[in-house]
Ligand binder design. Structure first.
Ligand code: NAD
Length: 304
């Protein structure tokens, strides 16, 4: 056991499986008392069971750590509040929340139903809001704390998971808003975009070239929760961790601006002005898709 998180109280959502479980175990091993939240659902969000959260609490207790289970659905305000209230009633404080819970309902945009859109947004984006909302009220009074959201490289866009991509983009903006709004209260907020072998990543239809284990992601989260990260002033950041790679994502900013002489834009003036001045910023993922399509059509072509 290390002491990176000695005396800290950390709540982790989606902590029953995959990355969340690894985060809960690693935080406990580094001295944190842990609220283990998991609704215990299938990858698409169905068939909840409390066994999943209970099993991780047992693992932590067996290893000599301290943890308590909350098998609530964090997509509800009451669920998010319960996670935070359990930290306070069990341990008297809350130093970090890590919102890992997530589900997938994959469908092309033109076929996607409301039943595929709403629960995905509710679990990822609202499920981060419900916990951040309750936790930030406590941390603001405490004058310290760390909020961590889970996003994905897919926040850039996704062919068949527009719901998931939109939720993950929203989480980045929520994290940056939390970083801005809570900075003066000594509270930091960051996001992690992991790539790790779990039941969720097993569903990705293409081969992932860079991938690691949930324990790699857990090590980054423990660091972000620690005094070492606070002392570095790390807030408002998005980090990817994928096996041996750690990367920081750029802050969104205007890429190029151009100013026209005189007042009053018309579509005609813009058509003449925009292409040669501000132009476009090519989408890396679209370029990848086009390269994959070219490679597939070359493979399909009979030998000449
Ligand atoms: N595995 C990857 O490579 C990868 C890549 C990008 C992003 N992510 C993100 O990392 C996070 C963890 O993913 P994972 O691969 O460990 O998935 P996972 O399916 O193994 O675990 C997700 C856990 O969240 C729980 N959960 C789902 N809905 C919940 C709810 N409403 N309330 C409480 N718990 C709920 C599930 O029961 C499950 O135990 C997710 O947010 C995912 O989008 C993962």
């Amino acid at each position: 056991m290390g002491n990176f998180l000695a005396d800290k109280v950390v709540a982790v959502t989606g902590a029953g499986r995959g990355i969340g479980r690894a985060v809960a175990l690693a935080a406990a091993a580094e001295g944190a008392r842990v609220v283990v939240n998991d609704y215990g659902v299938s990858v698409d969000g169905g068939s909840p069971t409390s066994d999943v959260a209970d099993a991780v609490v047992k693992e932590i207790l067996a290893a000599g750590g301290d943890a308590v289970a909350v098998a609530e659905d964090i997509s509800t305000m009451a669920g998010g509040q319960r996670v935070v209230d359990t930290a306070l009633s069990s341990y008297g404080r809350l130093d970090g929340v890590v919102c890992v819970a997530g589900i997938l309902r994959e469908r092309m945009l033109f076929n996607m139903s409301e039943e595929e859109w709403d629960p995905v947004l509710a679990t990822h984006l609202k499920g981060t809001f419900t916990v951040f909302r309750a936790a930030s009220a406590v941390m603001r009074k405490q004058g310290s704390g760390t909020l961590i959201g889970f996003t994905s490289g897919n926040h850039q866009g996704s062919v068949s998971q527009a719901n998931y991509s939109a939720a993950k983009g929203g989480i980045i903006s929520l994290v940056r808003s939390a970083a801005l709004g809570l900075h003066k209260y000594g509270v930091s907020a960051n996001a992690v975009a992991p790539v790790a072998r779990t039941r969720m990543s097993a569903n990705v239809p293409m081969e992932l070239k860079e991938i690691g284990e949930p324990e790699d992601v857990a090590a980054l989260v423990v660091y972000l929760l620690s005094a070492r990260a606070r002392d570095e002033g790390i807030t408002g950041q998005v980090y990817t961790i994928a096996g041996p790679k750690i990367a920081v994502w750029a802050q969104p900013r205007e890429l190029r601006a151009a100013y026209a002489e005189g007042a009053g834009w018309t579509p005609e003036r813009i058509a003449d002005f925009l292409p040669g001045t501000v132009g476009v910023d090519p989408m890396p993922m679209l370029e990848q898709l086009e390269a994959m399509a070219r490679a597939a059509s070359e493979k399909a072509r009979p030998n000449e």
